[in-house]
Design a binder for this molecule. Structure first.
Ligand code: KDG
Length: 344
């Protein structure tokens, strides 16, 4: 991994190695444990899957840029400042007075899944369209890029967002830029029936598809039998993802680590790191950041899964999506298996 000094200075223009596109949100995360119906105090964080990946990559010394829109409000300003401060390229993150910055509210629970409530319908972020991608492309966003990262969230936001994602894929394919898609199925944004064909079609145009077993089963249609859901083996899911068209499929298994299979037959499974999660959200994005960073540095599949797993574990050990994203020094310590509980 690159060392800390390799991080780009905030605001350095141009020459982006990784481009991401999507909606960056403000997340209001409960400061106490309990259901949304009861908690009354929230901390403010910057979130959004693609932006999380962009920040994770910047922490690891890679030059990443984010294409999107925020509202002309204080939350939008907070997002621009946070991403710029993290070293992410924000010249194609525009301010759009036509809608507010999207928000999400998240409870934290010691038991059971934590609920998210979105307030993003009609948001500035959902007004992103192909014209944003064209403007970025015309300004050179893809000229030195080696990787484009997408998630299944953006196409769920609006027809214009879907078209923007397709436009970004067109630009990347014309330039032989590697494209990754994290399926990130969000059932509060669209139904499984809507998501399946849209994400399967997008996966067919990508090089790397990542997801958890549930998402993979929905998008591939595997596991559905006469309307009943039947669990599929991980091996079947990887094969079904590859059959959609990418050259590499990765299943994120949470605490159990990750497993991947390439079209050429290479298959690797790596264990996760033991961690007591304080906020489980953001692990998948951190995994993607670590995985992409490792691949950009020509790491083999096993090493890329190890880096992704370490980044994912660190993300759930902090509150909010981005605080736990590792820099390369912290990553090195985790991968070295340091048993020390204090550094002094
Ligand atoms: O992966 C974390 C994201 O889910 C979170 O930051 C919010 O992007 C988000 C979404 O749309 O759910």
């Amino acid at each position: 991994m690159a060392d800390r000094t390799a991080e780009p200075p905030p605001g350095t223009p141009g020459g982006w190695e990784v481009v991401t596109i999507g909606e960056c949100l403000v997340a209001l995360v409960a400061t106490e444990l309990g259901p949304l119906a009861e908690v009354a105090t929230f901390g403010r964080y910057v979130a959004g899957a693609e932006a999380n990946v962009a920040v994770g990559l910047a922490r690891l010394g890679h030059r990443s840029a984010f294409i999107g829109r925020v509202g002309a409000d204080g939350f939008g300003t907070a997002i621009v400042r946070a991403l710029r401060g993290a070293g992410v390229g924000v010249e194609w993150l525009s301010v759009d007075a036509g809608g507010p910055t999207g928000l999400l509210f998240r409870e934290r629970r010691a038991l059971g899944p934590a609920e998210v409530a979105y307030a993003r319908m009609g948001s500035a972020g959902s007004r992103l369209g192909p014209e944003d991608v064209e403007a970025a492309a015309a300004a050179g966003a893809f000229d030195r890029a080696r990787w484009l990262h997408l998630t299944g969230i953006t196409p769920a936001l609006s027809a214009a967002c879907r078209a923007a994602v397709e436009q970004a894929v067109d630009h990347a394919r014309q330039r032989s830029i590697t494209i990754s898609l994290d399926l990130n199925l969000r059932r509060k944004l669209w139904s499984e029936e809507e998501a399946r064909p849209a994400l399967a079609g997008l996966a067919a145009r990508c090089d790397v598809v990542l997801g958890d077993p549930d998402e993979a089963a929905i998008v591939t249609g595997l596991g559905e039998s006469s309307g009943r859901r039947v669990p599929s083996s991980r091996s079947d899911l990887l094969d079904a993802l590859l059959a959609l068209g990418p050259t590499l499929a990765v299943l994120k298994l949470g605490a159990a680590g990750a497993t991947a299979r390439a079209r050429d037959g290479e298959a690797v499974t790596r264990p996760g790191l033991a961690v007591a999660p304080v906020d489980p959200v953001g692990a998948g994005d951190a995994f993607c950041a670590g995985f992409i960073a490792a691949r950009l540095q020509a790491a083999d599949l096993a090493r890329a899964l190890d880096v992704g797993n370490a980044c994912g574990a660190a993300a759930v050990a902090t509150i909010g999506d981005q605080a736990g994203l590792l820099d390369s020094v912290e990553l090195g310590r985790l991968l070295a298996g340091s048993q020390r509980d204090t550094i002094r």
